[in-house]
Design a protein around this ligand. Structure first.
Ligand SMILES: [Zn+2]
Ligand SMILES: [Zn+2]
Length: 468
């Protein structure tokens, strides 16, 4: 999840209540787009052949659970920032080579892609994990807690897997081992995507020109040769109890854009404002004005949206009105049309408010990540698989998240579904557990096998249903 994220929290009880609705959504009964496909898919994935494969996945996952946890601890103890994941990607590449996969390294700087060709013809399913850590100093008391340092935008920082990407990498390594062991029985191929820099790179700041992470993986052809038919990914979350699986059809995570507003006035003495143009007062009006883009001008009955000014800089002394004030902020949306509209209104509002006082505003918006949108027909098709993996009473409807994920770039190339896996220990309250990105973020390792089973079963069920 993106570093600029703020997450809304739904009361856990409400979430439990929502699970019945999730089941209905997942089985397709509430989704307008779900037609014959889900039931055909359900038949194909409940055949004796399918059941034998499911049982095999469970056995193989259980057999390597300790290895999975050991990988996770090793990666957790040695976290690496975006685009610097050399140790992690070497570990991944070595593992995939050992499993006999076709392996590409150095994709999008440190990314690794492994291709497992099944014994029978069928679709290509991609499974994705991100590998990067965050500039956070770990405060969790664990024998394998991180003491690592790294360079972030030219400065030395403490580094921690505070978003749980260590668990994602370990789970996908284990999934590769499970599926490689069943290779001859697989009706299709699986592409394992180990991606760097989901949280943005540590080596440069986004400027609207350079690309990284998923976008760069896509640009370098990860979704073609062979062409990917469907892509799946997960994120661990402190908002759900350990092993709980949550998903949502349609817009599920927001887009993230960054904006810069520079307001230029005319410097003068603080005691004689009329002899200059005050960019500080103009900036204050602009900040208030852009809040009305959401509250008065956007159809928030369609989708919610957020505009936040996160930093403002200007001036250096109490009695000098400065020449210039700079602001930066973020925009979160779930709908492409609303997003473009907000961008336009942001520029209009800032420019015209500045103009009204004789100042000038220059507005720049850079689109970072698009919204994660799970196609309802794919969700209807894969929901029963996740329900089976999670078990009764252990899954629910994911509330919309205002965090962002570059998984959205894969979804632009092929139908893709992204879901959450809970990692808060069962004796702790997910509503008060430290969030992802907190120095106290803690992932319960007993959840990890659910992730391995979910990804493996999704790949297998997608293949089986495609042949039906
Ligand atoms: Zn993340
Ligand atoms: Zn994150």
């Amino acid at each position: 999840m993106q570093a600029f994220a703020t997450r809304s929290r739904l009361g856990f009880k409400k979430l439990v209540l929502a699970s019945a609705m999730a089941a209905a959504l997942a089985s397709g009964s509430l989704t307008a787009h779900a037609q014959a496909t889900p039931s055909a898919a359900l038949m194909a994935t409940s055949s004796p052949q399918a059941q034998a494969l499911h049982a095999q996945i469970d056995e193989r996952a259980k057999a390597i659970e300790q290895k999975l946890i050991a990988w996770r601890r090793d990666i957790h103890e040695h976290p690496e920032l975006g685009n610097l994941e050399t140790r992690t990607s070497a570990l991944v590449a070595e593992h995939l080579h050992k499993l006999g996969l076709e392996v590409k390294t150095g994709v999008a700087v440190t990314g690794v892609v492994g291709l497992l060709k099944g014994g029978k013809p069928g679709p290509v399913v991609a499974l994705r994990a991100d590998m990067d850590a965050l500039p956070v100093k770990e405060q969790v008391d664990l024998p394998f807690a991180s003491k690592a340092k790294g360079m972030y935008l030219g400065k030395e920082v403490d580094v921690m897997h505070a978003c749980g990407h260590d668990t994602h990498t370990a789970m996908l390594m284990a999934t590769a081992e499970v599926l490689a062991g069943m290779k001859d029985q697989l009706p299709g191929s699986v592409k394992f995507i180990f991606q760097p820099a989901e949280e943005s790179p540590a080596t440069f700041e986004p400027d609207g020109e350079k690309i990284w992470g998923a976008k760069q993986m896509v640009k370098q052809g990860v979704m073609s040769n062979p062409k990917v038919d469907a892509v799946f990914g997960l994120h661990v979350s402190s908002s759900y109890p350990s092993g709980w699986i949550a998903w949502r059809p349609g817009p599920a995570m927001s887009s993230a854009d960054q904006f810069w507003i520079d307001v230029t006035g005319k410097q003068t003495h603080g005691a004689r404002p009329w002899s200059g143009v005050d960019p500080i007062v103009a900036s204050a009006q602009i900040i208030t004005g852009i809040q009305s883009i959401i509250s008065r001008q956007s159809n928030i009955a369609l989708e919610p949206a957020v505009v936040t000014v996160g930093a403002i800089n200007g001036g250096n002394r109490m009695n000098i009105i400065p020449d210039k004030v700079s602001m930066i902020g973020t925009i979160r949306t779930y709908d492409e049309g609303m997003k473009k509209d907000i961008h336009k209104r942001l520029a209009t509002t800032a420019e015209h408010i500045a103009e009204s006082s004789g100042a000038k505003a220059k507005v720049k918006v850079v689109e970072l990540y698009n919204a994660v949108v799970n196609p309802p027909d794919l969700v209807a098709r894969m929901g029963p698989t996740l329900e089976r993996v999670a078990g009764p009473g252990n899954f629910g409807l994911q509330p919309k998240s205002s965090a962002s994920e570059d998984f959205s770039f894969y979804q632009q190339e092929a139908p893709g579904m992204f879901f959450y896996l809970g990692v808060t220990p069962k004796d702790k309250d997910p509503n008060t557990a430290p969030n992802n990105h907190s120095p106290l973020f803690y992932a319960d390792e007993s959840a990890l096998i659910y992730g391995v089973r979910a990804l493996s079963n999704m790949a297998v069920d997608y293949m089986l249903a495609s042949g039906s």
